[in-house]
Design a protein around this ligand. Sequence first.
Ligand SMILES: [Zn+2]
Length: 412
Amino acid sequence: MKFCKRCLYSEAHPLGIVIDSEGICSGCRIHEEKDKLDWNYRWNKLKKIVSEYRCKSGNNYDCIVPVTGGNDSYYIVWLVKEKLKLNPLLVNYNKFYNTPLGIRNLANLRIHFNCDIIYQNVNPLSVKKITRETLRRFGSIYWHILAGHSVFPVQTSVRFKIPLIIWGAHQGLEQVGMFSHEHEVEMTRRYREDHDLFMACPTRLKTPFNTINDNDLWNYLYPDDFDLNIVGTRGIYLGNFVRWDPKAQHELMIKNCSYKTSQFSRTFDCYDYVDCYNYMNLHDLLKLYKHGYSKVTDHATREIRHKRITKENALKLVKKYEQKPVLFLSKFCNWLGINEKSLQFILNQHRNKKYWIQKTPNSWVFNGWSNLNRNSKSLNDSKNELEKSFEINDSIDNQKTSNYITIGKGYP
Ligand SMILES: [Zn+2]
């Protein structure tokens, strides 16, 4: 397997990566643009684009901003509201695997920035039916969240006649350099289906072997072109106009807007995904089973590209974290109505034979990216400088609830 000489990605990256004649991957090449582009010019370009969408009559919102209680939501809203001086409608798709910390962060977000927000709560019966199917078929417990988070803002655009949707960074650009910043790529139905939904558009979930029907799926359908064209729906990515650096951005938000963070078992980054019990746990384990690497590789690669860690130390970090225990499994099993043994049986079906060798029925040997990459060494348990620089100021399970908080309003 061919690896990038600079970062930890291999050509087997599920989003597709190209390694050039010098051995550097497309993700690292596009990242170089961050230190070359004129970001002042790009910011002014963004200001011009959004100026056309300002609601002149004052009786509607200027734009839609999809948010969660984690990731880059604070920074995005900060840019939109405080820097671009727009009046956004925040929208949130309820992912069900909510942590108390995520609910707190989301409540604080709308209060701090004084924004209106709409929550989409799809009924739990449909969500569970869909999750059983996508877990069995694609090894994904996140399909409904990716589908809901990527489509609810678009539906809201059509319903409320707010044409502009503002997203943070584009994953395909940030990770694998699928596009240049200068392409100014925008939101499309095609990217959503090909990459966010694993080529599985919602209607493909209906089969003669399950009870999923149209009533379960309509919330996940992309509006048709006719409706999109009438409103003029358009989704832009701030990462094309602002030099994107999630670590620095989160630290600014911790300092100025009281964003709360949490330690995780399986990565050193304590800023992303604090709103979800599963993203850095069960979902991360499935990533390791299916793709031979986990989120800590993404985090470490991002840190290499921002020149905050060497490749050698980054690989040590990956080795330190990627086999760490998965937490909160019993919460998931309670929620889905499945026992842990059956869950493990389904999980094993999704182990990629390229990266996992079965020795006996219950024992597997891992031979994933971190093993195949040259120079791989283990690290002891003491924290290195980069790990220490991440600020932990709370904990995702700070209320020790036994079940997910399906709906939580947070403070005031
Ligand atoms: Zn690379």
